[in-house]
Design a protein around this ligand. Structure first.
Ligand SMILES: [Zn+2]
Length: 391
């Protein structure tokens, strides 16, 4: 059923996209939300009539908080490769049709054949950048991360909507026997929810927290810098924003991470911006790097969002997937001394500063086929060299 909410304060035009995206976390009974042209009415699609009032109440409070925190901000573009592109429409469907990708479940994708060759190309480029420009040390981290670590990084208060918990059944003979009995056949069946242990671990949402942890309690000299390179499966639950290769629950994140003094980590981020820009120009992807903020979901999100924007703490690599739509395939981030303080990492006399560069590998694959099409003969030579599969 549809519910129309008249808003006492109209939603500013610049907020509509973000508000619609975040509305998926209002209620499981809210199936869609749109804001009418002048911002004065919210149209809700609710799946159960008896839930309409409760959902309307949550949406009203959510919209009021979003409007209260909103300040207009012109995003700064620090690099742009504005080249003409012939886009492929329905690139995702075409990847499925060619068996370059398989839908493996909600927010999960398998890549195969040339789809996976592209993935290997991007991974190779990111490793080469880490090696050749930064002499990074390579790491392999676990997929699980202690909840205690995410807690210290304020992840639970900042991004509660995105967490994926890892847990298991109680090590109790009765619980295990009951569970086994209830699952003799068919889909997963929980005879009792209290059979689960309270989660002490999560599936890791970023790679770089693991890096800082390896330096916990370390004293770096004033001009010492540590450079990490690591890749891992990362997990962010995105509710029904989840779509194609563009927004996955389970995705691959490559990060290059710098820990050292304030100037050095900022300088290295700039070097990385220049190196990545040069590479994207070379392979001819239409892209721009612009100021951005993390998708906080807290009551104090507005201050933190605008602090990030104003202080240029985050630039996103926005790659076009159509003439008028871009996706954030990566980002260049400064964290000031937040992780230095959190993990007690010293640089000279003070806390260490850090920066990280993240590449969402599947998003690069997707944006690439949207812009370059499906015939490897039309692709840059350095990409074509990775094409092994002829199927
Ligand atoms: Zn990071």
């Amino acid at each position: 059923m549809q519910v129309k909410l008249s808003l006492t304060k109209a939603v500013p035009a610049g907020l509509i996209e973000e508000l619609t995206k975040k509305s998926v976390y209002c209620s499981p009974h809210l199936k869609a939300l749109s804001i009418t042209g002048d911002g004065s009415t919210a149209v809700l699609t609710v799946d159960r009539e008896d839930q309409a009032a409760a959902v309307s109440d949550k949406v009203s409070r959510f919209i009021a908080t979003m409007i209260k925190g909103y300040r207009k901000f012109d995003r700064k573009v620090v690099f742009e490769n504005d080249i003409p592109v012939t886009y492929t429409e329905n690139a995702w469907e075409e990847m499925l049709r060619r068996n370059w990708a398989y839908d493996s479940g909600f927010g999960q994708v398998a890549l195969a054949g040339i789809g996976f060759d592209l993935f290997r190309y991007f991974e190779d480029v990111f490793v080469r950048i880490a090696d050749e420009s930064f002499r990074a040390r390579h790491y392999r981290f676990p997929t699980l991360i202690p909840a205690e670590v995410l807690g210290r990084c304020n992840y639970f208060s900042s991004f509660p909507h995105a967490i994926t918990f890892a847990t298991h059944l109680h090590g109790d003979y009765d619980v295990l026997e009951q569970f086994s009995e209830a699952n003799k056949q068919g889909p997963l069946n929980f005879p009792r929810l209290d059979a689960l242990e309270q989660p002490q671990y999560c599936l890791t949402p970023v790679v770089c927290y693991h890096c800082y942890r390896t330096l916990e309690g370390h004293n770096l000299t004033a001009d010492e810098m540590r450079v990490f390179s690591a890749v891992g499966s990362c997990f962010r639950y995105e509710s029904y924003n989840t779509t194609t290769l563009e927004r996955l629950w389970d995705f691959t994140l490559r990060e290059i991470v710098f820990v050292g003094n304030r100037e050095a980590v900022k300088d290295q981020r700039q070097v990385c911006i220049d190196v990545v820009a040069e590479w994207l120009k070379r392979i001819g992807l239409r892209v721009r790097f612009e100021t951005a903020s993390d998708p906080f979901f807290t009551s104090d999100f507005s201050e933190r969002t605008y602090f990030q924007l104003i202080a240029d703490l985050k630039y996103e690599m926005r790659v076009n997937v159509s003439p008028d739509r871009t996706i954030a395939a990566g980002s260049f981030n400064l964290h000031n001394d937040f992780f230095g303080k959190t993990f007690n990492i010293r640089s000279g006399d003070g806390s260490a500063f850090s920066s990280c560069i993240g590449f969402g590998v599947e998003r690069f694959v997707y944006a690439f086929v949207c812009q370059k099409g499906f015939d490897p003969a039309n692709w840059p030579e350095e990409v074509r060299r990775f094409v092994k599969d002829r199927a």
